[in-house]
Structure formats: structure tokens, C-alpha cells
Design a binder for this molecule. Sequence first.
Ligand code: 5AD
Ligand code: SF4
Length: 440
Amino acid sequence: MAEPKKLYIKTYGCQMNVYDSERMAEAMGGAGYTEVATPAEADMILLNTCHIREKAAEKVYSELGRFRGLKDANPDLKIGVAGCVAQAEGAEIMRRQPLVDLVVGPQSYHRLPEMEAKVRAGGTALDTDFPEEDKFELLKSRPKARRAPAAFLTVQEGCDKFCAFCVVPYTRGAEFSRPAQRIIDEANDLVERGVREITLLGQNVNAYHGAGPKGGDWTLAQLIWALAEVDGLERIRFTTSHPNDMADDLIEAHRDCAKLMPYLHLPVQSGSDRILKRMNRSHTADSYIRLIERIRAARPDLLLSGDFIVGFPEETEEDFRATLQLIEEVRYGQAYSFKYSTRPGTPAAERAQVDADEASDRLHRLQTLLTGQQREIQESMVGRELDVLLERAGRQPGQMVGKSQYLHAVHVTAPDAAPGDMVRVRVAESVTNSLGGVLI
Ligand code: 5AD
Ligand code: SF4
């Protein structure tokens, strides 16, 4: 048998890229590749890239430059760019960085093995199509390898919302939902391989409207209820959601479905109605706050997470203060905040930009407020009993690390436990990014 070829994949950006990288590794497994941990060992390097902000995209080019020495040392080394930079920039990547042999957009990963054969034969390969065929079916996992206890499962891709700052509708394309039965089958397969917790992924996951097994479209809540029937699957999460797609049945699932975890990532982006309108968000600060009230009425202990952008074009100090006020009102247990980054081709790129120092100052103030809230909410866990799904061994002997139902990392001494075990823990301390607890 031929020596397996070696593949190194580096993943940037969101959780969907993590899921996609796993699928690509499996597809390349079928073409005789095994994954390795460093680029120096590889016959093929794939960068799975992110285009959401300028910094993320620029990182890719600096990383590519660093592979020059490796390619000089190993002329058979092939370099590929996948993900959203590939989709957005296409052939331009090869012009800017001639080291690149292959460019593949997120909708064409199932064609990777053919593309690999083409570059092995000495050519280059470019595919940024949005093909008709179902890439998920064609990327179906062949090896039944054991999996870690927590896994991602993409159920929906793309976005039709066109927020004025965002490249996703262009890089990931129009909204598409996978048929429910395929997702249920994939969940069963994951559980057989050791998975206990599944996070359903989509750029606009709560807009899910996949075909149901008996005809008619299913909502995300219907899908969650069906997955809750999967024996051995203990926890379900989903991300990322849009406020306008928080349907009543999904809020009710947060109340009634024991396997659905009390955590919700619900980006608001800004607390100023003037800016929300310019962002094309089609919700107001007030409608968002009222929505949060309804969700919390259904699930009072729900931990809320959000995304925020500061320095969006024309944002004034007054607009920014409205964001701070919304945060004060809502209280977030987790948050991601960004300085607005101009994305060519998006509507906001044409508008008057906020002064860079002013934007940095706002980001700093915003993050001070958010980290304070996160710390308080994390500290409020001390003394409480939490359910922890153990994921891996910790640094200390006998220690294990897992996640609480609220997604806090929890350390616990549990010498007899194994990854995948669900344990009850009393929280004893809150440190920077995790909780420490003792087994009950
Ligand atoms: N600039 C800054 N942040 C952005 N995001 C999306 N596009 C941009 C941009 N152009 C943020 C939003 C989104 C998260 C994934 O990234 O907050 O929710
Ligand atoms: Fe981008 Fe999310 Fe807005 Fe869609 S809803 S355009 S993915 S920020």
C-alpha cells in the first residue's frame, strides 16, 4: 500500500469553518491523506479562511508568505486556500501569492479530491461555484472514527439578511437548510461515535426551514425536538441566531425541552435605532429588549451572549451610549465585540467612516462593561450545582475539564471519570476564564 500523504489544515474564523475543516479532512482521507499537526510535515497545506473582518483576511496572506521556505524545501508540497477568503477573492489569491496551487470555496469542498489530483499533475485548481449538488451528502464521513464528546453539526448555511456591514451573504451565499432526516442521521452517527452534545450551526440557524421527513418544512424547534429523541444525545445547542427569527416555538423549546441548553447567542450589533436602521437590521433596540424579556420569561436562567460592532459609519457618541445602555439593561454572560471593519462590496463600505482612534476608544469602553458583566455572572455560579459534560483531561493529575449547561469551562478533580461523562459539580471558585468545582 502506498504511504499515506499528509494533510495539514489550519482553521480560521467561526465554528462553521471548524465543521468544514473536519469534513475536508474526511474527504481527503478518501484520497489517501492523513492529518498531521504541523505544516512542516505536510504534503498538502489547506488554510480554511475567514473574510468577516479585514484583519482576518490579511492574516491569511501573512501565513501564506511563511510557507515559502517549506515549498523551497519540498517541491511536492501543495498549498490550498479554502473558506470565505477563497470565495471572496478567487483567482486573485493566486495572483497575489503564486505559492498557492488550489483555491476552493465553501460550497465546493466535495470536489477537493479531484482538485487535488489536478494540482498533483502539475496544474492549479480553482472552484468557487455554488453547485446544485448536495455537498453534505457527498462529504459524508467514511471512517467511523471515535469523536470528542461535543461536536458541531451544520444544519443551515448562508444568509438573506444583508446587514450593511457583512460579507456572509456574498461568501456563503443564499440561505439553505439541510433536510431534517439527513441531520437526524448525522446526529445518530455522531452519537454512535461518542458524541454527547451537538451544537447545530448556521449563519442564521434560527431561520432553519429544512424539508421535514414527511413533507413540509420544519422549523428549528421541530428539528430540536426530533434530535431530543436521539438516545445517548444529552445536550443540544444552536448558533448563530437573528432576533427576527426567534419564533415562538423556539422560545417554547427553551422552556420545555430538557436537552436544549439554557444558552443563547443572539447578536444585537448596536443599541441605537438610527444605527440599526443604517445596518439594515430590521429590529429596534426596544423590540430586541422585549424579545429578551419573553425568552427569559420562558427560561429564567438562560445565559445570553451577543455580538457588537462599534464605530459603524456615522455612529455618534450618542449612538454608542445607546449601545452601552442596552447592554446595561440586558446583561450578557458572554459577548463578542468588534471595531467596524470595511468590507469591499458591502453597502456600508461607501459611507463616512468613524475616526479610528474614536472607534478604538469606544471598543475599549464597551469591552470594559461587557467583561464586568461576564465576570459577575460567572462569579454568581460559585456555590451552585452545575451539570458538567467532561471533555478532556486537565493540566493537574486527576483533573478533568468540561462545560456547564451555561457553556462555562469547569475544572474538577475526577480521577475515575472519562471524557463524555456527565457529572454534577458544586462550584467552588471563579477564575479568569473558567470555574473550579468539586464532584458531588
Ligand atoms: N466589521 C466588524 N464586525 C463585523 N461582523 C460582521 N461583519 C463585520 C464587519 N464588517 C461581526 C458581527 C457578526 C460577527 C460574526 O462579526 O458582530 O455578528
Ligand atoms: Fe451577516 Fe448575520 Fe447579518 Fe446575515 S444576519 S448579514 S450573517 S450579520
